[in-house]
Design a protein around this ligand. Structure first.
Ligand code: AMP
Ligand code: GLY
Length: 430
């Protein structure tokens, strides 16, 4: 098969790494890719939102399967675009239609979907500029803290957890009236605060049947002990100790099944990944959010734990026969540590030469923000630069391998968290 992966991050390098191991893969392209994907695939200089350019490329190279990494092209309707164009109809796509991508593209839509299909989540109410007064009254009598969410995509920044009623009122006004997050905050979901431990469960579905992939916990804050600003993700660990069979069974019965069946009942053709952000509250799972793609850096721990041929799974997802494919999980643990540019998630310089990658043999190096400079050296070109994944019989061994890999790599002002997985080790100790 000829396969095209859309995206340029660590997630897409991890997809390419796993896809390239398949006997079925005869040619692999990544658009636009990064310095890491050049070793295993051909990078194509195309933007993920350039649907016409992607169409021309797919037709020229006779691509059989397209795997969409990020949410943006899904929300913008790349799957619908393929369905509308002669010659593209037979190309397999892994990713939902625009209607399905609303699960991530609109928080109000996803809350309504959960309510309609009795999927456990925080209680909520949605407000617009027209209902500002009602909204201000509502947040003023809401138990603290109160969670305010911009309805649309806001690059992971659209959630504010207000600790006082005054902060909640000000935030609601800023979002609705001052367009704090642009068009994304023209509607605001106000919801109950869920207190518990977070984890993410990933599902691959063809719209009828599904596979539950390994779960993961990520580390969103820039600083150790979860302090400081939110980032795209500073590390991840899989498995998560409290996600035992009993807990995952509850997730399947109360969340995965009603989600897949709900999409079908609502006439939404969903072929792709569902990333379910969950809160474990006293052993019961509640949905915090849906994403309509894999997570980054979660993919860098989830895919290394899948033993089955990923191309078999992706092809069956696109073709609608996922129930016929076997699926095996590796019981080893995987952890990834993200190495970032000093200054991230604020501004940071680019173009620093990276050294030591070739010395890493105990871990897998996934590239995110890297490129080649004019003298063919690998240099930094983004905030999140590399994700180093270690595996092991225990989370502790996996962490040791990942951090031994990290220690061999350097560039000017490199930063990483030294405490990835420490909370999991504490949970395991109990
Ligand atoms: P989201 O963009 O919906 O993933 O929200 C970002 C982060 O805000 C989540 O990963 C949670 O840590 C936190 N969060 C969102 N909604 C809630 C909630 N209802 N209760 C507690 N924390 C929340
Ligand atoms: N790591 C969180 C995300 O991919 O959205």
């Amino acid at each position: 098969m000829k396969i095209l992966v859309l995206g340029s991050g660590g997630r897409e390098h991890a997809f390419s790494w796993k896809i390239s191991q398949s006997k079925k893969c005869e040619a692999l392209y990544v658009a636009p890719g990064n310095a890491g994907t050049t070793g295993i695939a051909t990078n194509v200089n195309l933007n993920v939102n350039d649907f016409d350019g992607i169409k021309d490329f797919v037709l020229t190279k006779s691509i059989d399967l397209v795997v969409v990494g990020p949410e943006d092209p899904l929300v913008k309707g790349i799957v619908d675009y393929f369905a509308e164009h002669e010659g593209l109809k037979n190309v397999g796509l892994v990713g939902p239609t625009a209607a399905g991508a609303m699960l991530e593209g609109s928080k109000d839509f996803s809350k309504e979907f959960m309510q309609k299909h009795s999927i456990p989540t925080a209680m909520y109410k949605t407000f617009t500029k027209d209902s500002l007064e009602e909204g201000l009254n509502y947040v003023s009598s809401h138990p603290l803290p109160v969670v305010l969410k911009a309805d649309g995509l806001a690059a992971g920044k659209g959630v504010i957890i207000a600790q006082s009623h005054e902060e909640a009122r000000n935030t609601l006004t800023e979002m609705l009236v001052d367009a704090k997050f642009g068009e994304a905050s023209s509607r605001v979901v106000v919801e109950q605060y869920l207190d518990g431990i977070e984890l993410s469960v990933f599902v691959l579905t063809d719209g009828n049947s599904y596979k539950i992939l390994p779960e993961a916990k990520d580390y969103k804050r820039i600083g150790e002990n979860d302090e400081g600003l939110n980032t795209g993700g500073m590390g991840a660990v899989s498995p998560v100790p409290f996600a035992n069979t009993d807990f995952i069974n509850k997730v399947e019965e109360r969340i995965v099944l009603p989600t897949v069946n709900g999409l079908k009942a609502d006439g939404i053709d969903y072929k792709g990944f569902i990333f379910i952000g969950l809160m474990n509250m006293g052993g019961d799972p509640y949905v915090i959010e849906y994403n309509v793609r894999m997570g980054d850096p979660e993919t860098q721990v989830v895919l290394p734990r899948i033993k089955s041929d990923l191309v078999d799974l992706l092809e069956a997802t696109a073709n609608g026969n996922l129930d016929e494919v076997s699926f095996d999980i590796d019981h080893q643990a995987a952890t990834t540590v993200v190495m970032v540019s000093g200054g991230y998630p604020g501004s940071y310089p680019k173009g620093y030469e990276i050294s030591g990658i070739e010395n890493v043999n105990e871990a897998t190096v996934f590239h995110a923000g890297t490129k080649f400079n004019d003298s063919e050296s690998v240099v930094t070109s983004g905030g999140r630069v590399l994700a180093i994944t270690g595996k092991g019989d225990t989370v502790e061994n996996a962490l040791e391998n990942a951090y031994n890999g990290v220690a061999k790599i350097s560039w000017q002002d490199e930063y990483h968290r030294r405490d990835i997985g420490q909370d999991i080790l504490r949970l395991l100790d109990k």
